[in-house]
Structure formats: structure tokens, C-alpha cells
Design a protein. Sequence first.
Lengths: 235, 266
Amino acid sequence: MSEIGAIFRAAFELILRWDSNLGEIVTLSLYVTFFAVALACCIGLPLGAAVGVFRFPGRTAATVLLNTLMGLPPVVVGLGVYLMLSASGPLGPLRLLYTPTAMIIAQLVLVTPIIAALARQITEDLNREYADQFTSLGVGPFRKLWAVLWDGRYSLLTVALAGFGRAVAEVGAVMIVGGNINHVTRVMTTSIALETSKGNLNLALALGVVLLAIAMAVNAVAMAVRASAMRAAYV
Amino acid sequence: MFSGSARSKTGAFAVSQSLDPPLLAARDLALTVRGEPLLRNVDLDIHAARRLMILGANGAGKSLLLRCLHGLTRRTGGGVYWRGRPMDRAARRAQAMVFQRPVMLRRSVLSNLLFALGAAGVRKSERRARAQEALEQARLEHLARRPARLLSGGEQQRLALARALACRPEILFLDEPTASLDPAATLAVEQLISAAHSDGVAIVMVTHEAGQARRLGDDIVFLHRGAVAEAGRAAHCLSAPSSAPLQAWLEGRLYLEETRLSAEKR
């Protein structure tokens, strides 16, 4: 028991003096996840809204596909991205394997379907409510798409934060395509796995605490945004 | 001038007020859903700057007729013509509709107006002034920055009217716009409708209040079981109805008779 207490103490000491190694790992994690989620939003939000708002042949199949892709196993995504980026793969000449960019790509593949599927549901509900008014006003397709994205902005921000939470906690895919190389592609989750296996529980626990703090902060922001939007009847 | 109601060759009644070509015309309009005829043989001429009230009991097809005329619900028979031609995008832009429950976008009062003006193709430089003017007409200028969905029911309906009128339609469809409003809010909405009519906008309004039809209507169409039972000048039809359904409706007997008939059928 006293040993566990000592590990916790050492972990909090690392956090309080912001150990350079810890700082580097946390910064890279946030950098990779931020860019992956930003790109996933750029692709997933309009894609989800298009499926939610427009009527086209194969729409139901597209919805089923998006919902299915939400549950993509991270290691399978990692393997797929690895094959694409490996020297013999189609994107091999770009030499992206074992770089933060490769990790961003892997997280992008994982998170985009989640954001698109949730955005579809939100925008479809909004569009159902607005449909008669849009038709009456003669709203064109692109204005309609932008309107549901804008009016659903608070719910969609929550979606983006959910995507962030999913991406920052991901380990399988980034381990495969990043390689967990010290000072290059080592992020919180891969470090926790490695340090635990090495028996360096102080750093593993410190990273775990930071990861939990980030997850809590993201949830707190999501709740605050939603509460503020509800006060203005924007949700 | 108005010539009273007349049976068309299809057997339906038609409202026909003048020799001018109608702004909007319905010919033999029908709507059948899952084998059930909800609208039958409706012939209507709606002329510029006239006010037509569509009356009828619940389930008579009033709102459906309005939706078919505006193009929100696809009819299954007959035609709707704008200045003698089939409806198109330009015709839609000359029309506006206000719903019983106003649809407010999740943004400010002013942004709701700016959105409608943008959709109507109004130039960006003109939108703010037009929106401001519409807000002043609806006496909502002090609420311009407020989230639209936080307004009261009456204010929301006035905003919906302001939004519709800001696009300067030639014809305004209203689906029971005062159904859930108190007398003060109803009066404010009626004043806006009257002001729009004074500016030359044709009004087509669904209402279930005979008093409101008298106050606001030049002409009426009375629907009964999806067909036009009576049509003509509001003052005349509502004081001396010629059809049994309208007479029963005005005396408050129609619902009871319909209930009794359906019970007998069962």
C-alpha cells in the first residue's frame, strides 16, 4: 500500500515540476490530436450534414456505412494506414511512417466517421424541423447545409470534443504507425504502455493523471458550452 | 370585381373576383394519400392584393390546401399555376408562408431576418436595412439581438411575419397564425397582416374563426371533407351561407353532425 502511495507521490511530483520528458510527451499528444480532430471536423461535419440533409440514392447505405465505421478497431486502422505509408505502399514515397503526421492520419481515419455519423444525426433532426421553412424561403442546397451546421454549432462542438476525447485516448493505431519513438512519436498513451511494461510506474501514472485531467477538462468544456447554449435556446 | 362563387366544370366551386388574370390559380387540385382523398377538385383563383380566408372544420383539408398551393406538399392531381404558368423557383420567391407554429432558426432575431433575405437573393449591402425596416414594422427592433427562440409566442409569430414580409412577397400564405395567441398578440398579428395587405400583398389565410375571417377577409373558401363547399365574398357567405356545411359550421353544429354521422357509419 505504501509502495502505491510512493508511486502516486512521485507521479504528482513529476507533474508539479513539469518534467521536461512529461511535457514533451503531453505536448506532442495534444498537437497530434488537435490536428487530427480539426481535420476530421473539416471533413466529417460537412460530410455528415450532407448525408443528413440531402436526399440521394444510396443515402441509407451511406448512413449505415458511417454508423458502422464509428466502431472501427484502432489496430485495424493502424494496420491499414501502416500498409498505405510503408515503403511498398502507395504513399510510401512520402516517407511519413513513424512521424507525427502518420499518427495524425491514423487518428483522422478513426475520428472522422465518429464526427460524421454524429453530425448526420444532429443535422438531420434540425433539417426536419426547418424543412418547411427552408422550402418556403427557397433556400438553396449550400445555404441549407451551412444553416444546419451553424444552427447545430453547439451540439457539433460537443461532437468535436467527443472526437477529441476518443483520439487523445487512442493507443493501438498510433503505436503501429508512430512506432513510439522517443522524442519523435511518443505520446501519452503509448508512453503509458511502454513505461508500465518497463516498470517505470511513476511516469506512467503521471501521464495517466494528465490524460484523465484532459478528459475531464474536455467534458467540462462540453458541458459548459451546452449549458450556455441551452440558456439561449440554441440547442 | 367579385362575381360570387360559381361551379367549375369539374363540379368544384371557384372564387373569381375580376377579369384580371389570377396571381395564383388551382385547377382541379387533388391530394390522395394511401387511397384516401384529402383534397378533391379544388378550383381557386387568387388575385393580386385580395384577402382570401380558407375556412372549415378540423380535418377538412385547409392546411393541406395551403401547403399544396405553396408547393410544400406535392399534390396528386390537378395543377397550381403562377400567373398562368406552372410553379417554378421564381414563383416560389414571390411567395411567403407563415406557419401556425413559427419556425425560428437558432440565432438572433436579426440573424433570422438576414438569413431569409439572403435566401431571397437580396444583396448583402441591402439586407441590414431591409431587416431593420421589417423589425420596426413588427415593433421588434428592441429585440434584434435576442435569441429568437427566447421570444414569447406572440413575438415569435410577429418575427415570422416580419421575416416573410421582409422578402417582399406578392402573396402571403398564413396557416392559422393566431391559433395559440392571446387577444393582444392576435391583434398585433392581425395589424401586421392588414398592413401587408395595404402594401398590396395578396393574403391567403387559414383560420377557424368566423370573426377573424370577417375582419380580415375579402373572400372566403369553405372546405368540407377536402372539397370546396362554398366560396364567395366573406361578408355575404358568412352572413347568408348557401351551403349546409357552412351554415352548420357557423352555428357550431358541424362537428356534432360529423361525429354523429361517423358513429352511424360504424
